[in-house]
Write a protein that binds this ligand. Sequence first.
Ligand code: HEC
Ligand code: HEC
Length: 397
Amino acid sequence: MPFTPTLGAQCVAASECAATLTSCVDNPECGPWLACLTACGDAACADDCDETFGDARRLLPAVYTCLCEARECTALGACGKSSCVASEPPPLLTEAPLTLAETGLYSLPDVYSYTPEFPLWSDGLEKERLVFVPGCATIDTSDMDEWKFPVGTRLWKTFAQSGVAIETRLTHRYGPGPADWLYAAYQWDPLAPGDASKATWTGGAVVPDANGTGHDIPGNGNCKQCHDGRKERSLGFSAIQLSHEARGADLSLGRISRLGWLTVPAPEDFRVPGNDVQRAALGYLHGNCGGCHDQDGKLPDPESPMVLRLRVAQTDYAQTDAVRTTVGVPVRSGLPALAGKDRIDPETPEASGILVRLHARGIEGLQMPPYNSNSTKQPDVHGGIAAVTAWVSSLTP
Ligand code: HEC
Ligand code: HEC
């Protein structure tokens, strides 16, 4: 019997979409869908492929739009698929729902996990982060250092001790305005571990020593002190923080680029510049401090800003703002504990203002970040403090 190509194969062969098809095949998020489509004999099968490879939905319109120009593709339903299709997005939340379950982290489709490379130190608690970007929406990455999230975006972060969840935080963009972000924290019920319907909204107040763990759930004012410094509110879902090899099913910068989430894709990671010691220290300061100490240059004062936030274009270690505004630069602060010190002092590493403030966790007015959410207030001696100390010591002449 002569071999008859499938309808899908005929459509693909008849089209003049070589470039579009090649870029789909070369994209591991698109290629499997195209293979599925090529094997199809009718439009229902094509619909099934679209659904099976739903993660790729943002990539399909470009391919279908091109295929539709070939007559052979009509029977496959290629025409009429020139825009992305997703299930109805959940309603926007202008107020915090009363239970965590109602925020959708376990019920919405398309909720993905991710882990920033340089997390915020939270007294050694375990953390898990999730993100939801509505079905076909994209993140405006025309400024790679300040992603603009689409309306409907939700981000969650859960804090746990020995595997038992204590609290989950939510940030949610509910409108197009720059301040249209909701902040909420949910306290888990120690008697119902794992039951998000029993994890309830704190009402925005601080909850000290939540569930007897020594962990304080911050109030809404605290959320803002740390998050409002960024135009786009998100501190850890960003180009630099996602530029590392992802664990398990976690998203990475490369993956969300390939999935079509970004208006300007960035399939290659941005590497924090420097050797391993320099990278570890600059990355830590970026993740823990850069949300406030940023290029706006207001902190501690505009005369001599201290900028710990990294930018993707600053690829030369010695030219990063973090190096230029700290090493051998005197502090501006009038605090007695910092008097006469340099921010980073290669001659006497332990006298560096930055290290003094990292060690001062729990000493109000001196500790950095100025607001933390843990009543145990353990300095990050084995992590960030060790990394920054190793870096400063490596500068010692
Ligand atoms: C001490 C500063 C600080 C405070 C206070 C704080 N956050 Fe964050 N938050 C961060 C940093 C830094 C990150 C990114 C690094 C990480 O996830 O470890 C982050 C991450 C998050 C994330 C994950 C998405 C993202 O932006 O990266 C959510 C959700 C979140 N915070 C919500 C809240 C809410 C809600 C509150 C108040 C109840 C709050 N945060 C209080 C600093 C803070
Ligand atoms: C929530 C915003 C915020 C975060 C996050 C933050 N800072 Fe600050 N920082 C400030 C403010 C406000 C000042 C000025 C007032 C003061 O010195 O207390 C400051 C001042 C400083 C100074 C004094 C600089 C000088 O020249 O006077 C140092 C050093 C410093 N911070 C280190 C850090 C480090 C290290 C981190 C991260 C571990 C960090 N900060 C995170 C808000 C922040």
